[in-house]
Ligand binder design. Sequence first.
Ligand SMILES: Nc1ncnc2c1ncn2[C@@H]1O[C@H](COP(=O)(O)OP(=O)(O)OP(=O)(O)O)[C@@H](O)[C@H]1O
Ligand SMILES: [Mg+2]
Length: 314
Amino acid sequence: MREIPEVIEVLELRQSYGDYEAVRGVSFTVRRGELFALLGTNGAGKTTTLEVVEGYRPPTSGSVRVLGLDPYADGPALRRRTGVMLQEGGFFKELTVRETVDAWRRFTGRARATADVLGRVRLDTKAGTRVGQLSGGERRRLDLALALLNDPELLFLDEPTTGMDPEARRTTWQLVRELRAAGTTVVLTTHYLEEAQQLADRVAIMDAGRITAAGTVAEVLSGRRSRITFPLPPGAAASDLPRLPGADLAVQGAAVSYAVARTAPALAVLHEWAGSRGVELDGIEVRQASLEDVFLALAADRSAVPGERGASPT
Ligand SMILES: Nc1ncnc2c1ncn2[C@@H]1O[C@H](COP(=O)(O)OP(=O)(O)OP(=O)(O)O)[C@@H](O)[C@H]1O
Ligand SMILES: [Mg+2]
């Protein structure tokens, strides 16, 4: 059989709950072996989109193909090949971790050994603990273990690291990287923009039911301005600060921040200005635009122009 490079094809997906349209014409593709991250504000429609792609609900309109199948009509066939970590997994609190995994294994063909999956998510020491007594981050890891039971070729992770401490988050990132290196296609949503920046081959930013920016992280960041920041030097006033070529200046208290298109000419002017005044630019930092900057800029654009919902996806 010909290998289809697109594992997921979503075209003009719309999804309504009663009168409320939560997803308003979303299109994207996910290729085999890549990690695709859906980002966006609370209520943007990420979970709704995932639920349609996972086959839990039929689309109100538009088309969705996953592994060449119709995810809703071909649900059972799809579920054998996919793993799903819901945003809010439901567990029986009275069961232990081991009993929970064992229960799920009975419904899963080709299931991995319980000890094996618990080891992968570093929950082996909690096997005898009741699920109701797990911490929030541990419960997310149990969710992840269940999603990995059938060695899925396509894995959906809805906010996989919410509630995890920084170390558990990094362990999870490492696991996701290993899965991807082994050929698993991964679709995740996250509010941790660093997570997307670290893991994703491509991202889509959703806002109010639409995709407002999409592409590789580099593409989404291209054309975004870098930031030069430093504390206002002692003896200098905000009004003394120089204008920099193609830059916007913001001063909040003693914090100076320039948004610049090109850093070298901007730094040259700053250097000259500091030299001529005999002040130091201690604590100066130059930072490339991050996904967080894009995210905040898109949100600011929306609140600045009522009714405008940003650009169409690229
Ligand atoms: N079952 C439902 N019935 C009615 N409205 C719903 C339902 N599920 C979600 N919504 C609404 O649809 C919108 C999109 O919700 P969704 O859960 O897809 O957002 P999200 O992007 O995943 O947000 P978050 O980042 O908070 O998880 C929200 O306004 C939400 O209130
Ligand atoms: Mg959600």
